[in-house]
Ligand binder design. Structure first.
Ligand SMILES: [Ca+2]
Ligand SMILES: [Ca+2]
Length: 413
């Protein structure tokens, strides 16, 4: 994702007077693992009332995780339009095809036309854009990690326009404006890779994280003017911040940003893909550029969502790094020995951080390399999983399996 740092910087800390960042641990965590390959719902009872001393009268919560889309190519950003259509950015196969017509990144709209609750019926899959760039960071940046980039994030404006960020590697970056009927229009920005996008509350501008430059920027929709809001400081072990997903606080317009963290260097000079516990969620005032810690102690924080009350939902992609690949490994060999290939598979999770400061609640864990999280207006969470080369053999919770791109839905929390 980024180049390694060669020096250790001093530890950075931020604080807001009177407010202590929420930390990523608590005795009340509840978990569930989605069915590995099924499209059926799995229901787990999380008896939250028993977890804290002050909630004895709370009802029993029923958290449900359900796979709603499967067989995708690296699903990333998810957004809903006014007709209930589900737009999914797919980063593709990571094959960096030389022939533009063979590029595998795409933007797809799914719509449940017959109202039977699925997107599997004829005419329910609309390919809005195909042949968008897709590459694997392992091949381009020699990271040793199976990590696909391409179409990254998507959001829908109140007037029906759709905005899509695309990371094609090197100088091929775009923030595309797409009309309500799916035709691609202006490219609003092309300076760097943009991994997270979100509309300002008044919908006149779009906030964008630029992972490569460790920045949060604002792009004005009318003029495409670009304003740098903040360049994030290095994290606790001197590594680059690498901002990933973002969310807009509907209460005040603050921007919450997931700082994924970049490569760190150990005392012996070796490189560490990421340091456990160094990732975090920060809160940025987009006017002043002030940054404060929102949630600390995370690992591979990759996206964040926030509801109207201020409850925060965090996605961590993996709990550790594992089995990095040597340069030149064939990621598309269907007969390869199952290997993690950079990120510990099936170790991602989604955690709720209640606004009232109560202990965090793990809503889902054991997820296979989740990336994006989207909170819909009705309070349902949508999480994209299966980052990596689709079809690549990996170790699974119940034995060998392969990477499958899916979108899951989490309800009942
Ligand atoms: Ca249907
Ligand atoms: Ca997101």
């Amino acid at each position: 994702m980024i180049s390694p740092r060669t020096s250790m910087a001093t530890k950075q800390t931020w604080s807001r007077p009177g407010k202590t960042p929420r930390t990523h641990s608590g005795p009340t965590e509840r978990w569930l693992r989605p069915a590995a390959a099924a499209t059926i719902a799995m229901v787990v009872l999380a008896t939250l009332a028993a977890c804290t001393t002050s909630r004895s009268s709370d009802p029993v919560n029923t958290v449900s995780v359900e796979v709603i889309l499967t067989g995708l190519r690296n699903p990333r950003g998810v957004a809903f339009d006014a007709e209930g259509g589900l737009l999914v950015a797919e980063a593709g196969l990571g094959d960096d095809a030389a022939d533009v017509r063979e590029r595998s990144g795409r933007l797809t709209r799914f719509v449940d036309r017959n109202g039977d609750g699925d997107f599997a019926d004829p005419g329910e899959t609309e390919r809005w854009s195909e042949h968008l760039p897709s590459y694997n960071a392992m091949n381009v940046y020699a990271t040793g990690r199976d990590e696909v980039s391409g179409p990254s994030d998507v959001t829908v404006h109140g007037d029906g326009r759709v905005f899509l960020s695309v990371d094609g590697g090197f100088d091929e970056f775009s923030l595309l404006e797409i009309s309500p009927n799916g035709s691609i229009g202006r490219n609003l920005s092309a300076r760097s890779n943009m991994t997270g996008i979100g509309l300002a509350l008044d919908e006149t501008a779009i906030f964008v994280t630029e992972s490569m430059f460790n920045q949060l920027i604002e792009v004005t929709l009318e003029t495409a003017d670009r304003r740098e809001i903040i360049e994030f400081s290095t994290l606790g072990s001197g590594q680059q911040a690498v901002p990933a997903g973002l969310a807009i606080d509907p209460r005040n317009g603050d921007v919450l940003v997931a700082l994924f963290s970049g490569v760190a260097q150990a005392d012996d000079g070796s490189f560490i893909p990421f340091v456990l516990g160094d990732a975090k969620i920060v809160r940025v005032d987009p006017l002043s550029g002030q940054v404060v810690d929102e949630i600390t102690g995370l690992t591979t924080a990759v996206d964040v969502a926030i509801d109207g009350l201020g409850n925060v939902f965090v996605v961590e992609m993996a709990a550790d790094h594992a089995e990095l690949f040597a340069d030149g490994t064939d990621l598309h060999d269907p007969d390869a020995i199952p290997r993690h290939g950079g990120y510990l598979r099936f170790s991602g999770k989604v955690t709720l951080y209640p606004v009232d400061g109560k202990p965090p609640i793990v809503l889902a864990e054991g997820l296979d390399a989740p990336t994006n999280i989207t909170l819909r207006d009705d309070g349902v969470l949508y999480v994209s999983t299966g980052q990596g080369t689709p079809g690549r053999p990996i170790p699974g919770p119940d034995g060998p399996t392969v990477i499958v791109g899916e979108v899951i839905r989490i309800i009942g929390f």
